[in-house]
Design a protein around this ligand. Sequence first.
Ligand code: NAD
Length: 469
Amino acid sequence: LVFSLFWTSFVTFITAMSREELAVLRARRTFQTGKTKPLEFRLQQLKNLLRFVTERRKDIAAAVKKDLGRSEHGTELFETMGLEAEINLAVGKLAEWAAPRPVEKNLLTMSDEVYIQPEPLGVVLIIGAWNYPWAVTLQPLVGAIAAGNAAVIKPSEVSLHSSKVMEELLPLYLDKDLYPVVTGGVSETQELLKQRFDHIFYTGSSTVGKLVMEAAALHLTPVTLELGGKSPCYIDKDCDIAVACRRITWGKFVNCGQTCIAPDYVLCEPSIQSRVIEEITKNIKEFYTDNPKTFDDYGRIINQQHFKRLVALMGGGKVAVGGDSDESECYIAPTVLKDVTAESKVMKEEIFGPLLPIVNVSGVDEAIRFINDREKPLVVYVFSNQNKLIKRLIAETSSGAFLANDCLVHFTVNALPFGGVGNSGMGSYHGRHTFDQLSHLRSCLIKQLKMERVNSMRYPPHTAKKLGW
Ligand code: NAD
């Protein structure tokens, strides 16, 4: 009878729980068994994740094609290849990252063992965005697994097909209790955010980032916020404008401009504006043909809501190139807007689409002022031949990252911490930085119970005689 009463109340308790609560509970219980502690277990899970990315490459690309109209090779180049590199790095370096890290000692601790021991945090919540639905969701997972955490994975509902494939296929490769995929929209995410986590890793807009941080504060849960913003791109009039514009065309229009680190707008002197437009026009034709709409390597806007938002941002601007759109397909042509003023609508929010406004400034002084008058962006871009000018922009502006004479490529250097500052986010990741971000770096000091005499000075009474003063 006692057993049956216990069983009935246990079943009632479990069935009263939401799917989100249950996923977190299972992950926490399994984490508490110590299953993730041995490095062999983490390596095995990382290798399984690698196998997932490699074996399911076609399923991943097909889902992204349906979500964003991106080509199969585009997804390989911008998502799966980077993921593979990140997993391989973690597999190769895990023993080194997880090992105790001896630190410099002081006089009082000279004969002691003093080191930092990275330890798992517990259960991490990973909330992904839709623009690179695999990279921004699974890349944090690599570090979460490597650091020995459990992780609840919440892909974006906006990239619906990717989210479904992730939910169906990932559990076939990873431990189901430790790394559950929870799908759903805003209400499901809100339900998840009510739960207690040991870290929340969020990628998305700054507006939702604030809600995530608010929810995390109730449990004193630390957060990593990978947000967005308007990344400026200053073109110095004396640089190689042809090369600069080729790289900017690529960085801006890849994934239809739906890239968090895409150059949001160009700042340049009026004397080079028409040359910049001419070069970008040439590159758009070369990269995407005369008709990007029918070209396989040019994608689509994620949904009607974003399509309408972008069309509204385009209105009122002077279209120099592109400007065509088709609502039935969520298609917007690669578009350049000229003579844009700081007051125009397109300069008031992150564009996150294939519109490139050009704002005229009188030179580098005004460009720096323009950047510093706004929220700190994810990236400050500059194109210049002058090292002095480049260094000046580094010294006089602030952003998550700084990149001179190219676009996006800092993302591929996993030794560089990737993240924002101020309104563009907090915390960072990639490579070892993800491991450290999702570990507790525990200070350890081991003393011997010998040599008590050397401590006599610290014990009261602190007389001048004893201290030798
Ligand atoms: P999104 O709408 O998919 O939202 C991201 C996540 O937040 C989703 O999982 C969603 O379920 C959740 N969410 C949405 N509204 C919520 C709410 N009210 N409460 C709780 N959870 C909620 O993506 P988005 O925000 O449109 O993403 C675009 C933004 O992400 C851009 O600003 C872009 O710059 C930024 N981004 C940043 C990075 C980076 O690495 N820094 C990468 C990609 C995208």
